[in-house]
Design a protein around this ligand. Structure first.
Ligand SMILES: C[S@@+](CC[C@H](N)C(=O)[O-])C[C@H]1O[C@@H](n2cnc3c(N)ncnc32)[C@H](O)[C@@H]1O
Length: 270
C-alpha cells in the first residue's frame, strides 16, 4: 500500500545515495565556488521570467526566497513586490545577489546567511505572503522543511525543481570519470508524496524548458564542467573535453550547451 511507505525516509536515503552528494562534499562550499559562473549562466535563460509568471504576487506582498542563489528570482521579484527576504547559506551566492541588487538600485531585500534547517519561525523568520524555493530543495528532512515553509506562509508556497532526467549527461560521464555508475538524486515524485503524507495536497505542473549556456571557447566550457563535477585532474579534463567537443553547438562565434529539460512547479495555497 502506498500509505505504508515512508516517503520522507525514502527521500533521505535516496539523497544519501546520490552520486553528487557523495562526491561534492560540503554543498555550501560547492555553491561558493560555483557562484560567479552560476550568476552568469542564469542571465542566458528565460527561466526566471517563466517562473515569475506562475507566482501569485502584487506590489503589497512580502516574499520569502529559500536558497535564492545569486537572486535569480529575488531580483525580478524585488522590482514588483514590497519586500523579499532571502535565506541562503552560500556567502559567495549572497555576494553576487547583493551586487545584482545594488546594480538595480534595489533596497527592499533582507538576506539571512543560513541554511533553511537552521532558521526558526519567530526568531529569524516572520510571516510572508508567498514562500518560494527554486531548485534549492536539498534538505535531508524534507517533511520538516515543508512544515516550516507552511508555518511561515500566509498565502501560498511555490516549489520549482526538475522532473525526470537531469540535463547534465552525468549518466555517460560519471562511469568514465569515477569508474562507477551514476546514481541520480530523488525525483520530484518523492516531494509530492511527502507533501501528501503531511496533509498537503499540492497542485503540480510539468513543462519542458530549454536550458542554454554560452561559452567563449572550449577551454572555458571544460573548466566550468570540471568545477561543476568537482574534479580537477588532467585525465578528467580530457574525458570532459572529448564529451563537450561532440556536444557543444557553434553559433554566432560562441559555443553553446543547449538542453531541453522537464521542470516541475508544485504549489499549495493556504
Ligand atoms: C541551484 S541554486 C538555485 C538558485 C536559485 N533559487 C535559482 O532558482 O536559480 C541552489 C541554491 O540553494 C542553496 N541551498 C542549498 N541547500 C540549501 C538549504 N538547505 N537551505 C537554503 N538554501 C540552500 C544553495 O546555496 C544554492 O544557492
Amino acid at each position: 500500500m502506498i500509505e505504508d511507505m515512508d516517503w520522507n525516509k525514502m527521500w533521505t536515503e535516496a539523497m544519501e545515495n546520490a552520486s553528487w552528494k557523495k562526491r561534492r562534499g560540503d554543498m555550501t562550499e560547492f555553491w561558493d565556488r560555483r557562484a560567479k559562473h552560476y550568476n552568469e549562466s542564469i542571465k542566458q535563460n528565460d527561466r526566471p521570467a517563466q517562473i515569475m509568471s506562475k507566482l501569485d504576487i502584487d506590489s503589497e506582498c512580502s516574499v520569502l526566497d529559500i536558497g535564492a542563489g545569486p537572486g535569480t528570482l529575488t531580483i525580478p521579484l524585488a522590482k514588483i513586490v514590497k519586500h523579499v527576504t532571502v535565506v541562503e547559506p552560500s556567502s559567495g551566492m549572497l555576494a553576487c545577489l547583493e551586487e545584482n541588487a545594488a546594480n538595480e538600485g534595489l533596497e527592499n531585500i533582507t538576506c539571512i546567511n543560513k541554511k533553511w534547517e537552521d532558521v526558526h519561525p519567530g526568531e529569524d523568520l516572520g510571516e510572508y505572503d508567498v514562500v518560494i524555493a527554486s531548485y534549492s530543495l536539498s534538505m535531508m528532512d524534507m517533511a520538516a522543511a515543508f512544515l516550516k515553509m507552511d508555518t511561515v506562509a500566509k498565502r501560498s508556497v511555490h516549489l520549482f525543481t526538475f522532473a525526470g532526467d537531469r540535463m547534465w549527461d552525468y549518466t555517460d560521464l560519471w562511469p568514465e570519470l569515477y569508474g562507477e555508475e551514476y546514481q541520480a538524486g530523488p525525483d520530484f515524485i518523492y516531494l509530492y508524496n511527502i507533501l501528501y503524507q503531511i496533509g498537503i495536497q499540492a497542485d503540480v505542473e510539468i513543462s519542458s524548458t530549454e536550458h542554454k549556456q554560452r561559452f567563449s571557447n572550449l577551454e572555458e566550457a571544460v573548466e566550468q564542467w570540471k568545477e561543476n563535477l568537482n574534479i580537477s585532474t588532467p585525465e578528467a579534463g580530457e574525458v570532459i573535453r572529448s564529451h563537450l567537443t561532440a556536444k557543444l553547438i557553434k553559433e554566432d562565434g560562441s559555443l553553446w550547451s543547449k538542453n531541453t529539460m522537464k521542470s516541475v512547479s508544485i504549489c499549495w495555497r493556504k
